[in-house]
Ligand binder design. Structure first.
Ligand code: DX5
Ligand code: ZN
Length: 222
């Protein structure tokens, strides 16, 4: 299982220590949540912070943009060190153009769906994507309760990926913990984002390690 710990739940005054902890852990990526107070009712951090994080780690930065008009910032996101750029389908009028721009800039292209957005809307873009991020909470805040309908969406997305020959990974974000990681792995998730579960733990690296091992006993059919 690819684990992408979300820094949203870290202590921002000690961000360097959190990045160092993730760096030493079994996490494959680092998830950076950018919020603009318009697309979501909260504001987090922006490009200068991501730039600083990227100087502290060699792990790929998985940047989740919860902002309107994300296409305006493709080169800015690349320049601050992102390996993966996640844009919300709900924020993109010309999604195909935006996905092409992300890939042309040298990043992996990921499209994020809010909990109420049907997987079927990806039908004509899935073959072009490196990853789909399914939100399992309404975006904007860490520490929310996992929405169970996400399991149905993973199943439908897995079917869509198989039917189209897409190589897209499935990433799950929101309310992920050691309690549901095995079920998510079994349902077909490839990547787990976890904020609160990691940063509220006494042993954050231990939680990351448990999440990373979540698929070894629950193989799903791909
Ligand atoms: C929510 C963010 C998430 C958030 C997840 O809008 O996109 O990445 O940090 O937090 P937890 O794991 O606490 O639900
Ligand atoms: Zn996120």
């Amino acid at each position: 299982m690819i684990v992408s710990p979300s820094l949203l739940s870290a202590d921002f005054a000690r961000l360097g220590e959190s990045v160092a902890m993730i760096d030493r852990s079994e996490a494959a990526w680092i998830h950076c949540d950018v919020m603009d107070g318009v697309f979501v009712p909260n504001i987090s951090f922006g490009f200068p912070v991501i730039e600083s994080i990227s100087r502290l780690t060699a792990k790929p930065l998985d940047v989740h943009l919860m902002i309107v008009e994300p296409q305006k910032y493709v080169s800015r996101v690349r320049d601050c060190g992102a390996a993966i750029m996640n844009v919300h389908l709900e924020a993109c009028t010309h999604l195909h153009r935006t996905v092409e721009a992300i890939k042309a800039a040298g990043m992996k292209a990921a499209v994020t769906l809010n909990p109420a957005t049907p997987v079927a809307l990806l039908q004509d873009i899935i073959a072009d994507l490196d990853m789909v991020l399914l939100m399992s909470v309404n975006p904007g805040f860490g520490g929310q309760k996992f929405i169970d309908n996400t399991y149905n969406k993973i199943k439908r997305l897995r079917e869509l990926i198989a039917a189209t020959g897409s190589h897209a990974l499935i990433e799950i974000d929101g309310g992920v913990s050691t309690a549901n990681a095995a079920a998510l792995a079994s349902a077909g998730a490839d990547v787990l984002v976890a904020g609160n579960a990691v940063f509220s733990a006494d042993d954050p690296a231990g939680v990351i390690s448990q999440l990373a091992g979540a698929d070894s006993h629950f193989p799903h059919s791909k």
